[in-house]
Design a protein around this ligand. Structure first.
Ligand code: SAM
Length: 508
């Protein structure tokens, strides 16, 4: 049964632990830089609120990476809040706070009692899933608590991208209403029936992007996928939205549109072919630029950054002022960005020079452009390719202290213990806290376990263990040979691809 306090949202089962890199103020600052918008967020005494924070991994990872911040999560599911508070307490994060509250019930006085003035508000997977009174509560909180110049990230299911899935959603909801038994079992059955109809050639499901994901779910990730589908499809008030309508609604809270958090969206030449660009250029003035582009690219999820009071900044200065650190050294040494217009790729000499520099230490964009091989690369293109392909990430503070690192690693250990099994079941990643980035860094559980084994050895003054020893340390003694071999191979890949990045990020 739907809970009566849930206001039409599907609050029966906990959501998955998720984190998106756009939640980090450092990533929002890059969107500002590319859009030519001034961003003066404080580095060390920042206050951040995540509305509808779910399992709380975003708030926890940001609090763990930034001891001087206050990171606050609000969610009305008590199971979410209890778990997040437990992790914060175990990891000693006195700067992470969680409130169990219904956003719809937050008037200005309640918001002022609960919250300090805020520099950043994030909303991931909430806006298009909730009823109007909740949206009004969101606007009230932002209007009354966000500082002038503060930033907001809103992610939402977008139109026209979702148009091809409207029949699938209706089908799943009607099936869940009509079948018997617990609702998660009904959802499992409904997904099977929908897949059967798709295979039988139902034209209404042909353009569904979700169906493609459904077909690709590996059997061991099915349970987690069902939970995800319940949060995605069952909320009664779910409405995907056009970007101009979200921007219009947020203007009520004095927010101005900055730009997409997906950096590639700042470059029409990466997204549209020449004929498409010409068609867009010939449109009459007045249409929202994101809508014009989405008519061609049809993203299903948008991640948009807003500012309370847009002030111009010089694009070149802001982009050149960004420092990048390596996240991953790809084995094939390629830097590729998938876009609706095909894959964009940096030429080999540029990649090799950039990767070689970043593997030694973090570099400013200006420093990278001074390398002879990069003479013909532009600052925005370099930033977008390296960050968009998850090869590099923006640095938030140059020299985190060893105390910051050890605090973050204590949290990372608790994170792995508490949420590792869930992440494995969902085939997902965990956001390890990284003080240099002031942000979480997505890692597979096996990668995080490898990092922690190396950190423990370094702390105890032991030599770094090899892949076989690290893998053995992760598994119980009676593990079969096949699992041991698989784990050892995964650790070896983590060491090749991640170790230089972990060293450059000051995690070891
Ligand atoms: C799709 S989940 C996203 C969770 C989280 N932001 C993430 O990305 O993992 C939506 C969240 O919004 C919360 N939520 C929905 N309606 C709410 C309300 N009226 N007040 C507070 N939280 C709400 C749900 O409990 C759920 O955790």
């Amino acid at each position: 049964m739907q809970a009566t306090w849930a206001g039409g949202y599907s609050a029966e089962l906990p959501y998955l632990p998720t984190y998106i890199s756009a939640q980090a103020p450092a990533e929002m600052a890059m969107a500002c830089a590319l859009a030519g918008v001034r961003c003066d967020l404080p580095r060390e005494a920042l206050t951040l609120l995540d509305l509808g924070c779910g399992r709380g991994m975003g708030v926890l990872s940001l609090a763990a990476a930034n001891p001087g911040w206050t990171a606050i999560g609000i969610d009305y599911m008590p199971a979410h809040v209890a778990e997040a508070r437990g992790i914060a307490a175990e990891a000693g994060l006195d700067n992470a706070r969680f409130h169990e509250a219904d956003i719809a019930a937050l008037d200005e006085a309640a918001a002022a009692r609960l919250l300090p003035e805020l520099d950043v508000v994030t909303l991931h997977g909430v806006w298009t899933w909730v009823a109007d009174p909740v949206r009004e509560g969101i606007l009230r909180v932002i209007r009354s608590r966000l500082k002038p110049g503060g930033l907001v990230l809103v992610t939402y299911n977008a139109l026209p991208g979702w148009a091809g899935d409207l029949a699938l959603r209706r089908l799943l909801r009607d099936l869940v209403d009509s079948l018997g038994g617990p609702r998660d079992r009904r959802m499992a059955q409904a997904l099977d029936i929908a897949r059967g109809l798709h295979l039988a050639g139902a034209a209404s499901l042909e353009r569904s992007f979700f169906m493609r994901r459904l077909i690709d779910v590996p059997p061991n990730a099915r349970e987690a996928f069902i939970r995800y589908a319940m949060h995605e499809f069952l909320p009664e008030h779910w409405r995907p939205a056009f970007p101009q309508d979200v921007a219009g609604a947020l203007a009520e809270a004095k927010l101005d549109f900055v730009g997409p958090a997906f950096l590639a969206f700042h470059f029409p030449e990466l997204l549209l072919n020449p004929a498409q660009r010409e068609a867009v250029a010939s449109l009459p003035p007045g249409l929202h630029p994101e809508f014009q582009r989405d008519l061609f690219t049809c993203p299903t999820l948008r991640q948009d950054v807003f500012v309370r009071g847009r002030r111009p900044a010089e694009v070149a200065g802001a982009v050149l002022g960004t420092t990048l650190a390596l996240r991953r050294l790809p084995e094939d040494r390629r830097v590729r960005l998938d876009t609706p217009n095909g894959a964009a790729e940096l030429p080999a000499p540029v990649i090799n020079a950039a990767l070689e520099a970043l593997a030694r230490r973090p570099h400013g964009i200006g420093e990278l452009l001074a390398l002879p091989a990069l003479a013909r690369t532009t600052a925005g293109e370099l930033l977008t390719m390296l960050v968009g392909s998850h090869i590099a990430a923006p640095v938030w503070r140059d020299a985190p202290t060893p105390a910051m690192r050890d605090r973050a690693q204590r949290y990372n250990r608790v994170l792995l213990q508490q949420l590792g099994a869930d992440a494995i079941a969902a085939g997902g990643e965990l956001a390890a806290a990284v003080p240099m980035l002031g942000a979480g860094l997505a890692m597979k559980p096996v990668e995080l376990a490898t990092l922690l084994a190396l950190h423990e050895a370094a702390t105890e003054g032991r030599a770094a263990p090899d892949a076989a020893a690290i893998a053995r340390g992760m598994l119980v003694a009676e593990t079969n040979a096949e699992t041991l071999a698989w784990t050892e191979a995964a650790v070896a890949v983590a060491l090749t691809e991640r170790l230089p990045a972990w060293q450059g990020l000051g995690l070891l």
